[in-house]
Design a protein around this ligand. Structure first.
Ligand code: GRF
Length: 198
């Protein structure tokens, strides 16, 4: 395969999923290349991961904008200026507005630490532990205007042991995220490349 899909990755923190996407993209036959990493937080550890990988990165600090839509516009402009065709949310802790999402037409991917549609929202692992489920996992899905509700691309499940804490379960789920997120990105990029050839 010669052509690849240009990808932007949006982060807010640690960046372990960013790291797994970078590792996957290093394979010559992987259908994506990460062109840009954007963080809404200047102190995100993931920025250093991007730097070490030699990937362009930017901080677009949401606190410097007077409205969510102005932040979204700046973010959108940066991603498009980098010639990206697809955006991956990787621990990006901002809700994107409807205009932003519509303008990307099924070209935004997210990774969420639960088996959607169960446990949407910011504390999915804590909510799963509190509910007492015996199986949880993670979901890679397309982003739509309804939070954590878009079409599912990949899921992986893990057993929740009675001894599990929020932290231990999150760690088990994270290990699965690192496997399914690159796999989901591959699926979507291969589809986009097929579309480009018709
Ligand atoms: C992951 O648990 C992901 O599922 C959620 O945010 C966390 C990001 O972790 N959306 P990291 O920054 O990729 O390490």
């Amino acid at each position: 395969m010669t052509s690849k899909i240009n990808v932007a990755v949006l982060i807010s923190g640690r960046g372990s999923n960013l790291q797994s996407l970078i590792a996957a993209c290093e394979a010559t036959n992987f259908p994506a290349v990460i062109k840009l990493v954007v963080s809404n937080r200047p102190d995100a550890l993931g920025l250093e991961i991007a730097r070490q990988a030699g990937i362009s990165s930017l901080v677009i600090d949401h606190k410097k904008f007077s409205s969510r839509s102005e932040f979204d516009v700046a973010l959108n402009q940066a991603i498009r200026a980098a010639d990206c065709e697809l955006t991956c949310l990787a621990g990006f802790m901002r809700v994107l507005g409807a205009d932003f999402i519509k303008s990307w037409d099924s070209r935004i991917l997210n990774i969420h630490p639960s088996l959607l549609p169960a446990f949407k929202g910011a504390d999915a692992v804590g909510d799963a532990i509190k509910y007492g489920v015996k199986i949880s996992g993670c979901t890679a899905h397309l982003v739509t205007e309804q939070i954590d509700s878009g079409p599912i691309i990949k899921q992986a499940a893990v057993e929740v042991l009675d001894s599990d804490t929020k932290e231990s379960l999150a760690a088990k789920i994270l290990a699965l995220e690192h496997k399914i997120y690159p796999a989901a990105l591959k699926i979507i990029c291969e589809k986009l490349l097929l579309l480009e050839t018709v």
